[in-house]
Design a protein around this ligand. Structure first.
Ligand code: AHR
Ligand code: AHR
Ligand code: AHR
Length: 524
């Protein structure tokens, strides 16, 4: 079966479908003969789509930024586009059936920035995801920065996909994906460290026109802290089913399972949904680094009209709701959709495989200067120890933040640490609520502005951390003015030298003003 995807890719689509149906039938018979959960499905070298194929529920979509999902896959994983000249490159694997060649991305994107423009489908169905267009509830999305989520898998440095608000991917013209009450399963590996309660970080089946066309027109995994139907138990984030017009934890919508308090900030989470399209769906989650899956719901379709049978349309969405509601954030490393409802044994074998590859590294670990981490920057001068760097009317200022500050103020004061745009050994600060905008100096004052790809911008937005000049915290030297440091002065933020011609270069309290406490983010 391992050479199948490659072979089938060269067949005409109609022939391919016929071959796939026959093979699926054989696989089903084989599974029945040997019994569900047969050892073949769990063979050590079997990657998730090998497992699902052997169990008679082949992948019809297989997306990953980090690894092959078929042991025979040797194609590209995703495409990046760089800011400097608009050129694109496909990022592939280090070996057939192996891990992403992230070094190829680093070299292609060196000295500039890249966004992810396409996520390829490894299945023979060609259901590739591109940047999502405008929808009923959101303007057209933008691509995710390609180096935003550095992690390791199988001991290799790779990049996951980090979705901020306003980002999403989609394919509205698919092949083989369930429609109109057909059965399907799906999983994704995501993270509990980068979530919010906005609609709707989803992966799965959605409308083909980016608008809400009614109950049952979606069948996607949702992961986040949005509790659509009360009660939900605990703090989340929860694995839920976005079946359109609701994030379901049961047939009643709300959670009937008091022990389902969510995954908490687990760095790597397996999230799984399966739905027979007629009268049953199930939700599972697991720690993608160890152990098995826990079923949080297995029962009937929602009792409200429209869900039984389901009315899936067969588009695939990643990172937004069906109508492109795009206020949500999330992380994505790999995910598949199947034709037919997979056996629990196949799900277990897939989880074992996920655990076996050894996901590791920071996933937006908060409050550090590691790339991908989210932070707030607190002043340490005695005047101002509850003040944080935030943007306001596009300029950077310091102002007091407390737990009761508005969520807008908290987002304005939250920054995503990126590898330095001009020097990867330094850092840049991307705005949390204006993805793609960075903190940069201009005439020595700090502003939040869209990264424009120029070398001037990259230099102005790059800061090199060192021990705080006051002996406390961290100071940030400007990359292109290395004797000037990030400083607050009269509540504005500048790059300033210790004594100089500008008012903000004043030596008075300079060393305190340039020393910052790198803190947990106000808006994780
Ligand atoms: O079902 C929840 C959300 O409701 C869907 O994702 C979206 O299409 C609608 O706004
Ligand atoms: O902030 C100092 C300089 O002012 C920046 O490097 C440049 O963009 C602007 O002219
Ligand atoms: O930015 C607030 C204060 O303004 C600084 O500590 C001081 O340098 C200036 O007076």
């Amino acid at each position: 079966m391992h050479v199948l995807p490659t072979l089938l890719r060269s067949c005409p689509r109609r022939l391919r479908s016929a071959v796939l149906s026959v093979l699926a039938a054989f696989a089903t018979i084989a599974a029945l003969v040997v019994g569900v959960g047969a050892p073949q499905a769990a063979a050590a070298s079997s990657l998730p789509c090998d497992v699902y194929a052997a169990a008679g529920t082949p992948c019809v979509a297989a997306h990953s930024l980090v690894r092959a999902l078929y042991s025979s896959y040797s194609g590209s994983l995703y495409q990046v586009k760089r800011a400097s000249d608009g050129a694109t490159a496909n990022i592939g694997l280090l070996a057939t059936g192996g891990y992403a060649n992230a070094a190829a991305q680093d070299s292609f994107c060196s000295g500039t920035t890249c966004i992810i423009t396409e996520i390829y489908d490894q299945s023979p169905r060609h259901n590739h995801l591109t940047i999502e267009g405008a929808g009923g509830a959101g303007a057209a999305d933008v691509g995710s920065p390609a180096d935003a989520l550095p992690v390791t898998v199988g001991g290799h440095q790779v990049y996951g996909l980090e979705i901020s608000a306003g980002m999403g991917y989609r394919d509205n013209s698919t092949s083989g994906v369930a429609v109109n009450g057909q059965a399907e399963g799906m999983y994704m590996v995501t993270s509990g460290t980068h979530v919010n309660n906005r609609c709707c970080f989803d992966y799965g089946n959605a409308e083909t026109n980016n608008t809400d066309t009614g109950n049952g027109h979606m069948d996607a995994i949702n992961f986040g802290t949005e509790c659509w139907f009360s009660p939900c138990y605990g703090q989340g984030p929860w694995v839920q089913a976005d079946l359109e017009n609701g994030l379901f934890q049961s047939d009643a919508g709300y959670s009937k399972n008091t022990s389902n308090t969510g995954t908490g900030p687990l760095p790597f989470v397996t999230a799984l949904l399966k739905n027979n399209g007629q009268n049953h769906f199930a939700l599972k989650y697991g720690n993608a680094q160890s152990g098995g899956l826990t079923t949080t719901y297995s029962g009937g379709e929602p009792t409200t009209s429209g869900y039984s049978p389901m009315h899936q349309e067969g588009a695939i969405v990643l990172g937004t709701g069906g109508d492109n509601s795009n206020g949500s954030i999330g992380s994505f490393f790999e995910g598949v959709m199947t034709s037919g409802i997979p056996t629990d044994a196949a799900d277990d074998a897939v989880q074992s495989n996920i655990v076996s590859v050894g996901y590791g590294g920071s996933t937006g670990s908060t409050g550090t200067l590691n790339a991908g981490s989210e932070i707030s920057l607190r002043a340490t001068t005695s005047c101002c120890t509850t003040d944080y760097v935030r943007h306001q009317n596009d300029a950077a200022v310091i102002s007091p933040l407390t737990s009761s500050s508005s969520s807008l103020d908290k987002s304005d004061a939250t920054w995503i640490v990126r590898k330095g745009l001009a020097d990867s050994s330094c850092v840049s600060f991307e705005s949390r609520n204006y993805p793609g905008d960075f903190l940069r100096h201009y005439n020595y004052r700090l502003y939040r502005q869209p990264m424009d790809g120029t070398s001037q911008f990259r230099a102005d937005a790059t800061f090199c951390p060192q021990t705080g000049k006051s002996g406390t915290g961290t100071s940030f030297a400007s990359y292109n003015y290395p004797t000037k440091y990030l400083r607050h002065y009269n509540n504005n933020v500048y790059i300033a030298s210790n004594g100089g011609s500008n008012a903000w270069d004043s030596s008075t309290s300079w060393s305190d003003d340039v020393s910052w406490a790198v803190s947990a983010p106000w808006a994780p």
